[in-house]
Design a protein. Structure first.
Length: 280
């Protein structure tokens, strides 16, 4: 009798354990993990072709097709430098990246961010009236219009204005595209600037030496260092004259001063000196 009771008790325990295992398996199937949910998020880049604010839908096109998205109630929008943009800020022609989740065949957009690109080059021309800057990059010119909320960062993180930019300066431009126009959202000009009198030029080693007050500085020229004479950013070392006042943009690499731009600001005093002079 005791043996039968023991068998029944063991059978009941096994049955309860089996039910518990089945319940756990069912829970895993019906409640996907956070990681599984995250895997459903996808990104798509393209150009906005239509915005329907009333129905909260967005249509994005690529080369051969379009895709429509329903905007989530808590969707985030980033336009230019504005990380708190509104749906009304999205316009046809904008390049965007849409982060979305596809549920039962419906594309639900969780965020829409205007795509930003970055390019580095030297300023070729500037026009304050039209707020246009032309950048020269390996012989190819690109025109940028300053965005209304553009930011300009100078050396040591200082904030600058359009007037602080100079022809020949090397800058990094962060820009967006809209209807074929490149809008500069942020321009970085991180190099320091010093002015002085040109003391020596060594064409063989690509070095120049200047004097400011009682101190002298020696600069090694970067490969694409721009030399600006009379507003021409394509001048050469041979166009420089000793005794001229120059403004030099440079960066300090562990004590080595690397010049990225040399601009003549004032002619030499007295008799014109030779063009090139080796270091003493």
């Amino acid at each position: 009798m005791k043996t039968k009771t023991l068998r029944n008790l063991i059978g009941a325990i096994v049955a309860v354990a089996a039910l518990h295992t089945a319940a756990l398996a069912f829970a895993e199937q019906t409640q996907p993990s956070t990681a599984a949910a995250a895997e459903k998020m996808s990104d798509l880049s393209g150009t906005i072709s239509a915005v329907d604010a009333a129905n909260r839908t967005l249509t994005v096109k690529q080369i051969a097709w379009k895709r429509q998205f329903n905007l989530a109630a808590d969707a985030k929008f980033v336009v230019g430098n504005n990380a708190e943009a509104k749906l009304a800020d999205l316009k046809p022609g904008m390049e965007v990246k849409v982060t979305y989740q596809r549920t039962d065949g419906v594309n639900v957009a969780r965020s829409v961010q205007q795509r930003q690109h970055t390019v580095t080059g030297s300023i070729k021309t500037m026009d304050a009236a039209t707020q246009m800057v032309t950048l020269d990059r390996t012989g190819m010119a690109r025109d940028f219009k300053l965005a209304p909320d553009h930011q300009l960062t100078l050396s040591r993180g200082q904030t600058g204005a359009f007037k602080d930019l100079k022809v020949g300066q090397r800058v990094k431009v962060h820009y967006v595209k809209q209807n074929g126009t490149l809008f500069a959202e942020k321009i970085e000009q991180p190099n320091a600037t010093v002015t002085g009198t040109l003391q020596a030029v060594d064409a063989a080693t690509g070095m120049v030496k200047t004097k400011h007050l009682l101190a002298s500085k020696r600069f090694s020229l970067a490969d694409d260092c721009k030399i600006v004479v009379n507003g021409n950013p394509e001048a050469k070392l041979r166009d420089l004259r000793l005794g001229e006042k120059v403004s030099i943009d440079y960066r300090d690499e562990h004590g080595v001063l690397i010049a990225t731009r040399i601009a003549v600001t004032e002619g030499p005093q007295g008799t014109e000196a030779p063009v090139v002079q080796a270091y003493p």
